[in-house]
Design a protein around this ligand. Structure first.
Ligand SMILES: Cc1cc2nc3c(=O)[nH]c(=O)nc-3n(C[C@H](O)[C@H](O)[C@H](O)COP(=O)(O)OP(=O)(O)OC[C@H]3O[C@@H](n4cnc5c(N)ncnc54)[C@H](O)[C@@H]3O)c2cc1C
Length: 358
């Protein structure tokens, strides 16, 4: 049986980024059930960094991640992962309230028409968040896996945890193919499967629930869209951003409860997205070029969970990254690594600890 200090279950952005932070200090293995890491939520995101997203506590992780994403250390990547486009929170009524300290300014109708040509009259004004940026998610995820391996970490794909038990301070992990692995610490970074993985390890689940979100790539009869700001409404019913010159990525902001699965879009959600989009701009819709769906996974309080389970020695949660797991990954991984390694994780760690669930 191969022995490790730490086995991380899940090779998405959560497992890869935490692994990259600890691999030079602990012999670490990532096991990934799929044939490649990033097949699930990490490979299906809308790929933006939006500082105000997720409320004040999540915003602190996003803010703390910005410099790394923009100007990573040279040994991590030769180039940054952000491309700034700004975000317009448009409204028919009242402007949204953003967490304190986030740079934003009010945009009145006249300027709004210049920023989004063809915007319908009902949208009276907006709050503009200039810092919003696209993230090169594939590049970031690959850089984390590269750093993980460079620091001695190992990754095995097509390798699914089925069960785990703990005796004499060590986990014995059973894989779907019948193989066994041993580790002192087991990290649950299984995304939508975080609770089922805990249960398979005999650990109390936390109520971490996946919710489906749909994305649509639309071709429209309007050019010059690539650099438009991300546009969302203050009521949280859609967002879209320019993708190509005449294409947009659009979401109906759906959040549909589901079991963990290989999520696929449903016609009704695509239709809802298009209906809402048509109420925002007068751009003629030419066709749906593609659509996809992914699972955003939330703890009951919608904050991520990082830390050792208070009732299960050696079981470490790295889960519940909701719709912000990419944009928070640098700061979250550093914080979680400090907790795991017994170093000072800073003041934010208590907020995200699983101990908050009792
Ligand atoms: C449509 C959509 C839009 C989004 N937009 C954004 C955005 O703009 N910005 C942002 O920051 N975030 C966004 N997110 C959220 C972000 O994608 C997630 O928070 C993040 O990818 C979660 O990463 P993860 O590693 O926890 O999960 P995943 O990427 O799902 O990885 C978990 C992995 O665990 C593996 N696994 C599960 N069970 C087992 C097992 N038993 N054994 C071994 N492996 C197992 C799975 O195969 C999977 O690969 C979006 C998500 C969606 C769905």
């Amino acid at each position: 049986m191969s022995e490790f200090d730490v086995i991380i279950v899940g090779g998405g952005i959560a497992g890869a980024s935490l692994g990259a932070e600890i691999a030079d200090q602990r012999r670490t293995l990532i096991i990934e059930a799929e044939s490649h890491c990033g097949y699930h939520a990490t490979g299906r995101s809308a790929a933006f960094w939006l500082e105000s997203y997720g409320g004040p506590d999540v915003a602190r992780l996003s803010t703390a991640s910005r410099t790394f994403l923009d100007r990573p250390p040279a040994e991590f990547s030769e180039h940054g992962f952000l491309r700034t486009r700004g975000d317009l929170h448009i409204t028919r009524d009242d402007l949204p309230e953003l967490p304190a300290g986030i740079e934003a300014r009010i945009v009145e109708r006249e300027e709004l028409e210049r920023m989004i040509p063809g915007i319908r009259p009902a949208w009276r004004r907006a709050l503009f968040e200039p810092g919003c940026a696209d993230i090169d998610v594939a590049g970031l995820h690959a850089a984390y896996l590269r750093q993980f391996r460079r620091r001695g970490g190992e990754v095995v794909t097509d390798s699914q945890l089925r069960s785990a038990s703990r005796t004499d301070g060590r986990w014995t992990i059973g894989l779907a193919d019948g193989a066994e692995l041993g580790a002192g610490i087991l990290v649950d970074a299984a995304g939508a499967w975080a609770d089922p993985v805990a249960q398979a390890c005999g650990v109390r689940p936390l109520g971490i629930a996946p919710k489906r979100r749909t994305m649509v790539q639309l071709r429209v009869g309007r050019a010059g869209l690539k650099d438009l700001p991300l546009v969302d409404d203050s009521a949280g019913t859609f967002y879209f951003k320019g993708e190509g010159d005449s294409t947009v990525w659009l979401s109906p902001h759906d959040e549909i409860e589901t079991d963990p699965c290989d999520a696929a879009p449903e016609e009704i959600d695509i239709a809802t997205a298009i209906d809402r989009f048509e109420q925002v701009v007068d751009w003629p819709i030419e066709r749906v070029e593609r659509s996809w769906a992914g699972l955003r996974t939330f703890a009951p309080d919608r904050l991520p969970v990082y830390g050792f389970d208070p009732h299960a020695p050696g079981f470490f949660w790295c889960a519940g990254q909701g719709g912000f797991g990419i944009q928070t990954s640098p700061a979250a991984a550093k914080m979680a690594a400090a907790v795991l390694l017994g170093e000072d994780p800073g003041p934010m760690a208590a907020v995200f600890s699983p101990a908050r669930f009792g």
